[in-house]
Design a binder for this molecule. Structure first.
Ligand SMILES: [Zn+2]
Length: 86
């Protein structure tokens, strides 16, 4: 199965997924300033992501229910190793 990432989800190898950039970003600060930090856009993005996931889930993608996400404040004190490739 392929792991599906929501906007702001912690990526296992370190960093976070930004759906606006469609890329992995290094730090939580990416979501704290600039276009990717806009609350309206983030809300819209999260909504679109959830809709998309509902479809992709049936195609073999998965996202754990307890996935850590910087935007929902569910990031625990896990060490973020940036040396690993995504
Ligand atoms: Zn971004």
């Amino acid at each position: 199965m392929t792991r599906y990432y929501f906007h702001g989800d912690l990526v296992e190898a370190g960093g976070f997924y930004c759906a606006s950039c469609d890329a992995k970003v290094d730090g939580a600060e990416h979501f704290a300033a600039g276009a990717c930090a806009d609350p309206q856009r983030q809300k819209a993005r999260l909504k679109a992501t959830k809709k998309e996931y509902a479809v992709l889930k049936k195609q073999g993608y998965f996202r754990p229910d307890d996935a850590e996400n910087v935007l929902t404040g569910r990031v625990a004190g896990r060490r973020r190793d940036r040396s690993e490739a995504w």
